[in-house]
Design a protein around this ligand. Structure first.
Ligand SMILES: [Zn+2]
Length: 187
């Protein structure tokens, strides 16, 4: 009963040698097939080394002891929550103004396409049809705050001191986490 996927093919690629040098961080490509001859594949990433597994994590091109990795992940989660909160604030305060500041909705769409910001649909028609705010609001997941800042910078809108302060503090926090990662990486 039921469809069963069987592993057809596996391909391992070494991404980075581990700290002890006996193994490493690998990408494992797996291809599956089923009774109806359909197939799908996926990539898995993991540490293959008895000595380093559990002891180190490979993250953002650094080997970092697991306890420090956990600190980094915790701080990154806090930053991302702050960013999401600030995104909502900025969106609520400025989005109507952004719309007014662009010559037309088409100009807004084109600006986003050219700068590869937000997740614009393939055609202008779809953009109109789906209700423009959808593409900038949280409906399709929370967009990047950097994208919104780009839109704001393109207009004559000025951020309040409070908003600028929050942005700067997030930026500073990111830099600190990045330094922490570099300082505690072993390789
Ligand atoms: Zn190792």
């Amino acid at each position: 009963m039921g469809n069963k996927w069987e592993l057809l093919n596996t391909e391992e690629t070494l991404i980075k040698v581990c700290p002890c040098g006996k193994g490493g961080y690998y990408k494992v490509y797996k291809e599956y097939t089923d009774d109806y001859n359909r197939s799908h594949s996926k990539d898995e990433y993991h540490v293959q080394c008895n000595e380093c597994y559990g002891k180190y994590r490979y993250y953002k091109q650094h080997w970092i002891p697991t306890e420090h990795y956990e600190v980094v992940k915790k701080r990154e989660k806090i930053i991302s929550d702050l960013e999401n909160e600030l995104y909502r604030e900025l969106f609520n305060s400025h989005f109507d103004n952004i719309l007014v500041n662009f010559k037309s909705k088409k100009a807004l769409y084109e600006f986003c396409q050219i700068n590869r910001i937000f997740n614009m649909p393939g055609t202008l028609n779809t953009f109109y049809k789906n209700g423009i705010a959808d593409y900038f609001s949280v409906r399709y997941g929370i967009p990047r705050i950097a994208d919104l800042i780009m839109l704001i910078e393109r207009t004559s809108i000025e951020l309040s001191n409070e908003e600028v302060k929050k942005l700067e503090s997030i930026k500073k926090e990111k830099q600190e986490v990045s330094n922490y990662l570099t300082q505690n990486s072993v390789l």
